[in-house]
Design a protein around this ligand. Structure first.
Ligand SMILES: [Ca+2]
Ligand SMILES: [Ca+2]
Length: 266
């Protein structure tokens, strides 16, 4: 992975030129603009270096809060939106067995909701492959290791606030597609205290009750299918499953009525 050289200029004239033909944008003439240039990358594998022209700018009224960008390569140009864009791009290789190298654009999001936008130049057009959640340079939340599988850190959909390792691959439509799994390890692992009785099941496919947790018992939330079933482990090392309806109903009660210690973040 290589980070591009960044040159900061004020250049509303150049931005106007770049965005001819792209409707829906209004700029003030004094708007600051980051221009990034690099001539050293062959993105489409044809043996010729591709000139990449990158512009970040803001429509928020705050000059350092970049929420728009354009990428121009040859005659192809694409415009994108983001939230607290870092104002830089990088080149990665999603899959070392194909001829392409990809451009990624990181953002910090509205509330430390990090992620990267991924683009590919196919020799004619710049394609938007998709979005990978996670911080590009912290805790390996996002990993481009050339395997063809891009690893991200996704926020889960049930029970409480938690994250899991999600994986994406580029499908036949040139889009990053999330690889669905039956089980995701919860990050972080949360220790909860029971407030009500809770019957634990043997597995999602075998709902035989294996034992019952009682008020005051402690358990660790281990993982989930991120759809309905969650796995807990007791302090004595026993494990079992319980079902969640909707976002956080357990046997008709809110999860907070069943567990003390659940995480809840914006
Ligand atoms: Ca090339
Ligand atoms: Ca490649």
């Amino acid at each position: 992975m290589q980070q591009m050289k960044i040159k900061v200029i004020t250049c509303s004239f150049l931005l106007s030129l770049l965005l001819i033909g792209i409707p829906g944008y209004i700029f003030s003439q004094s708007q600051p603009l980051l221009l990034l240039e690099n001539h050293d990358f062959d993105l489409d594998g044809d043996g010729k270096k591709d000139q990449i022209l990158f512009c970040f700018y803001s429509t928020t009224g705050y000059s350092d809060e970049y929420n728009r960008f354009t990428i121009e390569i040859g005659r192809s140009i694409i415009a994108g939106k983001g939230d607290n864009l870092d104002g830089k791009f990088e080149v990665v290789d999603v899959d070392t067995t194909d001829r392409f190298r990809e451009i990624i654009v990181p953002e910090s999001g509205p509330s430390d909701d990090y992620g990267v936008y991924v683009f590919r130049f196919d020799g004619s057009n710049i394609l938007y492959l998709g979005y990978v959640p996670g911080h590009l340079h912290c805790r390996n939340e996002v990993v481009f290791d050339g395997s063809g599988i891009v690893k991200g850190t996704c926020r889960a959909n049930i029970l409480q606030t938690w994250w899991y390792r999600c994986e994406f691959k580029v499908n036949e439509n040139q889009k990053l597609e999330c690889i669905d799994k039956d089980f995701y390890e919860m990050k972080p692992k949360v220790r909860v205290t029971l407030k009500l009785d809770l019957a634990l099941k043997k597995s999602p496919s075998d709902t035989t009750t294996v034992w019952i947790l009682h008020p005051g018992d402690h358990a660790i939330l281990i993982g989930s299918d991120n759809k309905r079933w969650c796995l807990v482990e007791t302090e004595s090392g026993l494990s079992g499953w319980f079902a969640v309806e909707g976002f956080s109903k357990i046997n008709g009660r809110w999860a907070q009525e069943v567990f003390d210690g659940l995480l809840s973040a914006d």
